[in-house]
Design a protein around this ligand. Structure first.
Ligand SMILES: *Cc1c(COP(=O)(O)O)cnc(C)c1O
Length: 472
């Protein structure tokens, strides 16, 4: 074995020799020399390492494949050359997939963003007076119209919104929260920790399943600054429960001059129950209850860009706008453009054209037709290498929204006749146009709910490449 190892080590070519392999010569015409040399060095040192560590006789006795080495160099350079952030096909059925960028923007909104990105804009300029303007002015009126609030502003995300509100209204003071609402939302957003980061002291009241108004009343002291209500976005306590509604909390707060702040999390502007999706309190309803400050995400059920939207009474919003932290949490112009575009669609009653909502509402009949179409395309592309059947299943809203929603859908269930399901999943994920699917035991599941126009053809193309691999 050690003899074979030495022989293989001696076979490793010098960098220069690889640089003159015809395939690598071609590569050097396209990519800077330095990049190619580095790739060759990396590939050769990986090979050396592999030889040093291998205990595989078959590998150690195999002669050097110079062409394979050259194609590895090409692959490595291509990989480094490709954009790291890429479009993927989401066939998981999770509509607000945080790992896949949550909401998809409407085409017209993306076009508007692109136009603003490519030129100068009146971001902080009041065109009528020629004076300096506020970047919030582009969306504040829209937010007020759509929610009924007196004032509004936007920061980087909802976590930032809650942090800012706590710091500006409660630093060094106490914030009362029900124990049933001390939530953790994906990506390490925990209410107790956000309060701490904002310099506010958490006062927990009630129990996990039951909190009554008198629990709040008896916890109020001179140090109390805010009564905070948090939407338990991603879980539900069911059974023997009791919580204090926003209206009751507002009554208590206003009798003592204490602001009530509500973190709505997903924050929908429209009642989703009209489309058979479980009821969620809407932002306008919460504002109507008299809640002083409401925060919610831009890229959850709203269907816009990542943003933290804050609406409420003018006196509080003004205090937030003046806080030093606001500057650090400032939203950029591309996000503002995307948000303005999305909010305008609501204003024009075209919310059903916003992709996130459109995907949530997709009728089952439509989903069934799409699943049949995808299954047929896959059979065409790779019919001899796998079995594809349509079955019923459930999609998820995701993003910590609507945890109890039962979004009936249709899935294309794939059983490869060659290799394992997890190998197939990996092939799809690592494709040039990556496809993300669900794996369930011995089947790969493709949920058609989250497919966008052209995605079915894209999936079929990747299946075609999978079926065409050597050895299949
Ligand atoms: C999602 C969520 C957040 C965090 O919002 P981001 O926009 O992701 O920062 C905060 N609070 C609640 C209740 C949420 O559901």
């Amino acid at each position: 074995m050690e003899g074979l190892r030495k022989a293989r080590l001696r076979e490793i070519p010098p960098v220069n020799e690889v640089l003159f392999h015809p395939e690598v010569v071609l590569l050097r015409a396209e990519v800077p020399q330095q990049r190619v040399t580095e790739a060759v060095q990396d590939i050769l040192s990986a090979l050396r390492q592999q030889i040093l560590e291998s205990e595989d006789l078959e590998f150690l006795s195999r002669p050097l494949d110079f062409d394979l080495l050259a194609s590895k160099v090409r692959e490595k350079v291509a990989l480094e050359h490709a954009f790291h952030l890429r479009r993927v096909i989401n066939a998981t059925g999770v509509v607000l997939h945080t790992n896949c960028g949550r909401s998809v923007l409407a085409g017209e909104v993306a076009d508007f963003v692109s136009g603003i990105a490519k030129g100068y804009s009146n971001l902080e300029l009041d065109l009528s007076s020629g004076e300096r303007g506020s970047r919030y002015s582009h969306v504040e009126d829209l937010l007020c119209k759509l929610t009924g609030a007196e004032a509004g502003m936007v920061v980087n995300n909802n976590a930032a919104a809650v942090l800012l509100v706590m710091r500006a209204l409660a630093a060094g003071q106490e914030v009362i929260v029900s124990r049933g609402e001390l939530v953790e939302v994906g990506g390490a957003f925990r209410i107790p920790e956000v309060l701490k980061a904002g310099g506010a002291n958490l006062v927990e009241v009630g129990t996990t399943n039951k909190t009554r108004l008198k629990d709040y009343t008896s916890a109020i002291t001179d140090a109390t600054a805010v009564l905070l209500k948090v939407h338990t976005s991603n879980f539900r306590v069911v059974g023997f429960t009791e919580e204090v509604g926003s209206a009751e909390l507002v009554e208590l707060g206003s009798s003592l001059g204490l602001p009530v702040v509500e973190d709505l999390g997903s924050g929908t502007l429209v009642d989703l129950s009209q489309w058979g999706i479980p009821y969620e309190p809407t932002v306008p309803e919460v504002i109507k209850c008299g809640v002083d400050v409401v925060t919610f995400s831009g890229d959850k059920l709203l269907g816009g860009p990542q943003a933290g939207i804050i609406v409420g009474k003018r006196s509080y919003i003004d205090r937030l706008k003046k806080d030093q932290l606001t500057r650090a949490l400032r939203i950029d112009k591309l996000t503002l453009a995307a948000l303005e575009g999305t909010l305008r669609m609501y204003l024009e009653n075209r919310e059903q054209e916003i992709p996130t909502l459109a995907l949530l509402y997709l009728p089952t009949k439509e989903l069934a037709a799409r699943a049949d179409e995808l299954a047929a395309l896959l059979k065409q592309a790779a019919g001899t290498k796998m079995q594809a059947d349509v079955e019923r299943g459930d999609s998820l809203a995701g993003g910590g929204s609507l945890p109890t929603a039962n979004l009936a859908t249709y899935l294309v269930s794939v059983k490869p006749v060659w290799g394992t399901v997890s190998e197939l999943e990996e092939f799809l994920r690592k494709a040039e146009n990556p496809v993300l699917a669900r794996v369930q035991k011995d089947r790969l599941l493709l949920d058609v709910r989250t497919l966008l126009p052209g995605d079915s053809q894209g999936i079929a193309a990747v299946f075609h490449a999978w079926a065409a691999q050597d050895g299949k």
